[in-house]
Every structure is written in C-alpha cells, then in structure tokens.
Ligand binder design. Structure first.
Ligand code: GLN
Length: 479
C-alpha cells in the first residue's frame, strides 16, 4: 500500500471493498511513519495502542454493516498542544515533559467518533509561540520539501507529517497564522476556521480570543471533511458557535465563475519577490476561472503586527500563569520558599520565547500601561475587523499571500525575534478579525519551495472559501 499518497476517499473505498482492514492500515501507517520520522522529526511520539484500538472499532462497525464514519480508518496526526487522554501532551515545553492529560480535547473526541485513527503527537513551537517550530524544547522539525529549511510554525510538525505522507490529515492550532504559514511552507492545505467554529476545549490556551483548532490535508476536500467532523457547538466551550455545520466537502466543485474576489492593496505593495510573482500568477488563474478580481483596501493593516503582539502576549501572560510547578508541571527541585519554588519552576521550565511573551504581556496589562497599550490594541483590532467587514460588502472572498517569503533556513531567524514576528504579517489580520482563512498551494519557486495562496471569507463563510480553494486546486494553482 502506498501510504504517502492515501486520501480519505481512497481509504474509504479500500475499507468498504475489503481490500484492507482499518487495523492493517493503522499498523502499516505506524510502521511507515516511525521509519520516516527521523528525517523530519515531525512527531514527538507515536500512540500505537490508541491507534490500533480506534482502527479495530472501525473494523467492527464495518463488520456489523454500519457506516464507519466520514474519517473511517484515516491516519491522523495531532499537534502536541491538543490534549489526548492517556497520551503524553507536552506543548513543545520542557515544563510539561511528562504530562499525561486525564481527558481528550473535544476535537479529538469528534475526530475519533468519525472513525479517525490518531498515529501520534506532532512537534510544535513551545505553547504554539513561533513561526518555525524552532522554539520547541525538543528540537526543530525539518521541512520534508527541503530538509535544511524550517517547516514553518507553530504547527510545523503537523504540516510536515501531512507533506511527508506520514499522516493523511492532521490537527493544528492557529493563533496568528500557525496553520496557514506552515501549510504554505510545506505545500499542503491548511485551514483556520471562523473563531468559535471548532471547540477549544482541550486546546492548551495561548491567546484565548485568537486560538483556533483547524485541519491540514493534502487536498481541499480532505480538509473540508475533517473540519466538518470536528466543528459545531460544544457546551464545554462557551465561545463555540451554535451555527449549523454544513457539509463542507459536498460544496467544492461548484465553480467560481462570476464570484467577486478582493485583492488587498496593502498586502501587495511590499511584495516584489518571487512569492509576489507566484501570487500574481494565482490571481491570473482566478481570472481565467471567471472570477472578477478587484483591488480592495484594508487600511488598518499597518497596525496588525503591533496589535497582535500586544493582545496575544497579554492573554498568554495570563494563560501561562497556571504553570506554576504545582498543578500540572515539573517542579524545581531546589527551592527554599514557596516564592522560590514558583520562580525556579517557571524559570527552569519555560524557554526564552515564552519568557519574553510573559514579560511583554505582563507589562502591557500593568496599571500604568494598560490604557496606552492594551486598550489601544483592542481599538486597533476593532478597526482591522471593520476593514474586513467593509470589504465583504463588496466581495465574496479575499485572496492574498500567506507569507512574504517561502520556507527559510533552519537557524536563519532564531536570533532575531522581530524578523520572526514579521513572517505573520499577512496572516494575523484574519486571526484578529476572527474570520475563516486558509492556505492552498500556489506553485513553487525556482528553487522548488512551495508558496501558498491565502483565501479569506466572512464569518462562517467556510463554504465559499472552500469553493474558491477547490476551484483553484482543480485548475492546478499557478503551474
Ligand atoms: N507566529 C505567531 C506567534 O508566534 C503565531 C503563532 C500561532 O498562530 N500560534 O505568535
């Protein structure tokens, strides 16, 4: 069986025609993933017992003549910030090195109920803070397309697993671009759904007003199928939306002739690179498909990076306060007093980027600076959301670059946090507005590095977003 080129549909067909069983597939997929993993380091650990138990449940359903579910037997990788009962979940942090969660995230429960088979947990930047996966306490991930380059981040392990073919689909999390940017760097599809579309219950909180769980896949249809399986209201997350979940996978293929697409002027003015040329080629492809592409303006874009790094760090400083050496985590062995114990446990456990963000977040929330920074950032966020709301009165979807550059070399930006933050420039606006956005492959540079096209839609506009992405994919992107 050619594990690396399986799709949800081909697995379903193989299971229902009894060419293979889910248990056989899970065993083969685990063997393949374990053998291929040293190349990229995409997985931090495998979960063979859990995988085989899920696969056997799928086989039993098939034997009883029941529908085995939309994800029947599908090998899935799960980012290590998403809790899995009984399977160690570290968030890429030394502080949680031995943490075994007592419950599952809702997205994990739903994915397994739909027949999905979790192969293992994927590496990521510590607490999802980063753009290259180099902030993991357990070493970086290599991009399967070019092993001397980063896979992007923070969900770099999930993107790399899907690109490498060691998982058919994967779950990632996105706060400011952590699904779309690694999808773009690795040449796969990555979806950040509308805020509230997927329950955050069991997703380790980074910046709660910005955190999303979303799918990675090798094609738009598989991403749509996985999203449908995990989306919907959950009483355990009060921010999850009660909006009905359409059958996203049934919608692609509807064609896009006559659709109005917006191209944000502010995103293209600095994009003179090879990435810019590929995005322009993508825009031409949309025009050939019959879309009407018009320039739009998102004038508050200039504030986005500053606004994000105030709001995200403020929320992170508060969310990370729970890691205190008492409740979940490793405790420093050498402390005389309680205050020392907190200080030492956190000091030894958190990596440099987490510490930087805790300090920044505490500062912007402090009594003297709250109005000057935090409050102002909230106002800027409202302006950014307003820009999108106005744009969507005029257009059905927005197309844009995902990242200003393709995958960079390992080590290239580790000493320059600001340069790293700039890689989010085109993704954080959509995150701040809470709208659905995704990355779909848009060709490769002359050096063979993938570049993604970003497609954004209005709140709960996933159907039109998938329709646009699917037409683009079927047209073959740029090439
Ligand atoms: N790269 C961004 C950051 O470091 C986004 C991370 C994310 O989306 N989790 O915050």
């Amino acid at each position: 069986m050619d594990i690396a080129s399986l799709s949800i549909d081909s697995i379903r067909e193989g299971l229902l025609s009894r060419r293979f069983s889910a248990a056989e597939l899970a065993a083969d997929a685990l063997r393949f993933a374990e053998a291929a993993n040293p190349e990229t380091g995409a997985y931090l650990r495998f979960s063979p017992e859990r995988a085989l138990a899920s696969a056997r449940r799928v086989d039993e359903r098939i034997a009883r003549g029941e529908d085995p579910g939309p994800l029947a037997g599908v090998p899935v990788a799960v980012k290590d910030v998403i809790l899995t009962k009984g399977v160690t979940t570290t968030c890429g942090s030394k502080l949680l090195a031995g943490y075994v969660p007592p419950y599952d995230a809702t997205a994990v429960v739903r994915m397994e109920e739909a027949g999905g088979v979790i192969l293992g947990k994927t590496n990521c930047d510590e607490f999802a803070m980063g753009s290259s996966t180099e902030n993991s306490a357990f070493g970086p991930v290599r991009n399967p397309v070019a092993l001397d380059r980063v896979p992007g981040g923070s969900s770099g392990g999930s993107a790399a697993a899907v690109a490498q073919g060691t998982a058919v689909v994967a779950l990632g999390s996105d706060t400011g671009g952590s699904i779309r940017q690694p999808a773009s760097f690795c040449g796969v599809v990555g979806v950040t759904p509308t805020y509230g579309r997927v329950s955050r219950f069991g997703l380790t909180a980074f910046a709660s007003s910005l955190d999303h769980i979303g799918p990675f896949a090798r094609n738009v249809k598989d991403a749509a199928t996985l999203l449908r399986a995990i989306a919907g209201r959950d009483v355990r997350d009060s921010t999850s939306a009660g909006v009905p979940v359409p059958d996203y996978a049934a919608l692609p293929g509807g064609g896009v002739k006559g659709l109005k697409l917006g191209l944000p002027r502010e995103y293209l003015k600095d994009l003179k690179s090879e990435t810019g040329a590929l995005i322009s080629g993508g825009v031409d492809a949309f025009q050939r498909l019959g879309c009407e592409v018009r320039e739009i303006s998102l004038p508050s874009t200039d504030y986005a990076i500053a606004c994000y790094y105030i709001i995200a760090t403020a929320e992170a400083s508060s969310n990370l306060a729970r890691f205190d050496g008492v409740r979940y985590t490793s405790r420093s062995a050498s402390s005389e007093t309680l205050a020392d114990m907190y200080r030492n446990s956190r000091g030894e456990g958190f990596g440099a980027e987490c510490k930087r963000r805790i300090m920044l977040g505490t500062y912007v929330l402090s009594a003297g600076y709250y109005d000057a920074y935090y409050l102002k950032a909230q106002k800027a966020r409202a302006l950014i959301a307003g820009d999108f709301a106005r744009a969507f009165e005029e257009v059905d979807a927005i197309v844009a670059p995902v990242s200003p550059f393709p995958a960079f070399k390992l080590g290239e930006k580790v000493d320059d946090p600001l340069a790293m933050y700039l890689s989010d420039i085109y993704t954080i606006t959509g995150s701040l507005a809470g709208i659905p956005c995704m990355s779909v492959p848009c060709g490769k540079t002359a050096g063979g590095l993938p570049v993604g096209m970003q497609i954004l839609a209005t709140h709960f506009g996933e159907p039109v977003m998938f329709r646009v992405a699917s037409a683009f994919e079927q047209a073959g992107g740029v090439n």
